[in-house]
Design a protein around this ligand. Sequence first.
Ligand SMILES: Cc1cc2nc3c(=O)[nH]c(=O)nc-3n(C[C@H](O)[C@H](O)[C@H](O)COP(=O)(O)OP(=O)(O)OC[C@H]3O[C@@H](n4cnc5c(N)ncnc54)[C@H](O)[C@@H]3O)c2cc1C
Length: 483
Amino acid sequence: MSGGTIVVRFASDLRLSDNPALYHAVEEGASVVALFVWAPEEEADWPPGGAHRWWLHSTLQALSKDLDEAGLQLILRAGSSPSVLAEVVEATGARAVFWNTRHTPAAKGADATLRRSLEEAGTEVRSYPGYLLHDPDAIETSAGGPYRVFSPFWRKAKDQLHVGEPLPRPSFSGLTPLNDVPGSDELKSFGLTPEARDGVDWASGLREAWTPGEKGAQRALRDFVDNRLIDYVESRDRPDLNGTSRLSPYLHHGELSPRQVWHAVQDWVQNGPMRKAADGFLEEIGWREFSYHVLHHYPHTLTEPLNDKFESFPWREDEEGLRRWQQGKTGFPIVDAGMRQLWDTGWMHNRVRMIVASFLTKDLLVHWHEGARWFWDTLADGDLANNTMGWQWSAGCGADAQPYFRVFNPESQATRHDPRGDYIRAWIPELRSVPDEYIHRPWDAPEAIRDEAGLDASGGYPSPIVDHSRARKRALEAYEGLS
Ligand SMILES: Cc1cc2nc3c(=O)[nH]c(=O)nc-3n(C[C@H](O)[C@H](O)[C@H](O)COP(=O)(O)OP(=O)(O)OC[C@H]3O[C@@H](n4cnc5c(N)ncnc54)[C@H](O)[C@@H]3O)c2cc1C
């Protein structure tokens, strides 16, 4: 220990284990101040959406409790980071501030400004990698530039990769308690819960579906690795099965580190078939790395297409279509099931994200920005890098994108990936009595079946808002018109 007081600034690393900034501060400091600063406009390119805020509220509660048990108080402060940090450093006489590196454009800018202001005042600053497996600058093409295609990126990343063991939860027993703990704001003063924001509690589905916080994250990881990873490759494209890890909100909020995921999977691998499942799953962690690599090198893609040919794409204004898509009332069961799952739980299966994104940008020709914004507001895992990558990929204008001329047919996608319609029935009660034969195309069902399900009744499940074949043709014409 070299003593003194060290401030640990928590941000996108809301955990105690494998938290390098916290670990090194505890190793080195006589006293540690745990601080979270709520500065959404300053630090986020897009201020956090509703579901994200709900999650943040719950995970800050959990972090505060976990720190409490370790004998540390989490100090919460709203305000500009440089002035909050200056005040906390002065009040505690801290000699240093440690944090973990953040990677989105505005957060990087905010942290650079913060570092300058602290260092000018004579406070040491250290930042540690912890959010990604690689620094986004570490992987380069042979010509020395960034990658725009996933497979060679991931091959190179895996070749270069050495993922060290995750750091343990620090041992807090040697810390000296602070004499004067700086005052903390009340969590509820941040206004993160829906009731605080707009007076309506829409979060019951989120509460039922998730347990935010590090303990919830560790349980979810164990449950996936022990019980479901073995079938991941076969079932990952099936929204009707619980086949994927559902770790995305935990990874996004840093309740879990990718290093912990990596090692939990490697420890589990013992033989051939398991290797295949593990590699298939870790490749998705590779997509997360790739999204951050692309956003780091092309920060303009938050709003602009990576493929500049799309700058003049003739997107349509379609308020009614957008509203029906958001509400899960397009008349295409797989699209509507996905949009309702999203609204209810703050999460949607990846295959269905691709289908609904294709539907919005190709069948409706609505700008991918609209979809990205709606996802941002409703996803508990809303993540600038992954969301931007997902939307640009689906719209055909991003890195390694799905070719624009591949327009998903919602009916055949649903038949392939939700063969018995179980996913659709789970999210669309109006269709529960529709037999398997018509579940993906209720518009073709005989009148008796439609009547029984009340499909044509007012308030019943709607007819399709577009004719998919005509919409596909219109999309291809729009694409062919690009110079
Ligand atoms: C239009 C669209 C928008 C998306 N928006 C987001 C978003 O805001 N936040 C987000 O985390 N993911 C986003 N994704 C990627 C993907 O859908 C989710 O990461 C995945 O569905 C999360 O479920 P899971 O944890 O069960 O995934 P698993 O299949 O279990 O994968 C494990 C982890 O790998 C990462 N991952 C998986 N697929 C991808 C991918 N295609 N791109 C980047 N990382 C991936 C995630 O961190 C995920 O938790 C989006 C995809 C699309 C098509």
